[in-house]
Design a protein around this ligand. Structure first.
Ligand code: ATP
Ligand code: MG
Length: 357
């Protein structure tokens, strides 16, 4: 049975896309079948996986988008009232990792934003829109069945849009990537306010007959918080000893805010796993799943070669412009970070409390 995991934070630039790609690949390396879903209308994840730099890559993309294999076209039967049912997407195999697939994004997904927002207004249930709130999860379930996926990782854009509300509330689990700085703390405050509202909305939506009995029924699911990832190197600024100390302080502040502000509200809204499950899987009271290191110039190579930072070959690493030994040491550290993260995700999601569609 597939487990859908949303990577969400309405604060932008916190590593959602990078973690989706590196974590998805690692889960696949551990034998899981994984679909990466690009639900961000910037299509960054799709660009990383498929490449869009060379003329050749661009013309391949053009031909690819003539096919219906992307998130927007696949949802068109529901959102454009076409007389056909939603069908599983023919996901793209990700080169270099046989168990990893991509459900490509589409810039035009944003065109469905307003109508989904209207459909999700519970107090004026418009009959003609009743099939929309359950449509995205129906598409993901059908696609997961077709690919016999164990996991779907959903890369979301940085907003509190109705599409994000829908994606998050119909997932089984979610993770919150964070960067250690002031604005991320502001973001956690915002999540602490919004997520309980979304949970209350979802609970109501799941019992409204029009949604339950729709062609694509709205599911009765509570997404469970897996934890946060904290980017513990502030890659926007140059590193100095003073900056490193400040950063460590920021990390602590972030962790405190997650455990003292965010987690308690999630618990109240039935969006958390029992505390004991985190402990059993090596996640302490800060609910930090991983501290993501600064990949420095490996990030550019990773994107260029559509390969996770920890899988770049020796030849590719030589282009990093630093001593190979040094870079390989770093790479080993990145591999360990993602191996441990993937193990925690596998442990947490296989807990008995896992809720799936
Ligand atoms: N661990 C890292 N080390 C260095 N640079 C990183 C790291 N993670 C991400 N970056 C860089 O930071 C930027 C933001 O990362 P990413 O796109 O993954 O964040 P995001 O949360 O998906 O952003 P958005 O909200 O815009 O979708 C990118 O330019 C990426 O290359
Ligand atoms: Mg992104």
């Amino acid at each position: 049975m597939v487990q859908k995991i949303a990577l969400f934070n309405n604060k932008g630039g916190v590593g959602k896309t990078t973690i989706t790609f590196n974590l998805g690949w690692m889960l696949a390396s551990k034998g899981k079948r994984v679909i990466l879903v690009d639900a961000d209308t910037t299509c960054n994840l799709t660009e990383i996986v498929l490449g869009a730099d060379t003329e050749e890559e661009q013309s391949e993309l053009e031909s690819f988008y003539l096919l219906p294999a992307n998130i927007k076209t696949a949802l068109a039967p529901a959102f454009e009232s076409q007389p056909r049912a939603i069908e599983a997407v023919d996901c793209m195999p990700v080169e270099g990792q046989e168990r990893l697939f991509l459900l490509p994004g589409h810039v035009g997904l944003a065109e469905y934003e307003a109508i989904l927002g209207m459909a999700q207004e519970l107090n004026r249930s418009v009959q003609s829109l009743r099939n929309l709130p359950g449509a995205i999860t129906d598409l993901l379930n059908k696609t997961a069945s077709k690919f016999q996926a164990d996991y779907i990782l959903i890369d979301m854009g940085p907003s509190l849009s109705s599409i994000n509300q829908n994606l998050l509330m119909t997932s089984d689990f979610f993770m919150v990537p964070i960067v250690a700085n002031f604005f991320s703390r502001m973001g956690i405050g915002s999540l602490s306010t919004v997520l309980p509202k979304w949970a209350a909305w979802s609970k109501k939506a799941s019992i409204i007959p029009a949604f339950r009995e729709a062609v694509y029924p709205y599911p009765d699911i509570r997404p469970r918080f897996l934890g946060a990832t904290v980017q513990n190197q502030n890659y926007h600024f140059r590193k100095s000893k003073v900056a490193a100390v400040k950063l460590e302080r920021e990390v602590t502040k972030i962790e405190n805010q997650v455990s003292e502000q965010l987690f308690p509200v999630l618990e109240k809204s039935e969006m958390a796993l029992p505390r004991q499950i985190y402990q059993e899987n090596g996640v302490d009271d800060s609910f930090c799943l991983a501290k993501i290191p600064d990949f420095k110039n490996l990030i550019a190579l990773s994107y260029e070669y559509s390969t996770p930072v920890y899988n770049l070959t020796q030849q590719q690493l030589q282009q990093a412009g630093r001593s190979l030994e040094d870079v390989q040491d770093k790479q080993a550290e990145f591999r360990q970070t993602f191996e441990e993260l993937a193990d925690k995700i596998i442990g947490l999601t296989s807990s008995v409390y896992a809720v799936s569609a």
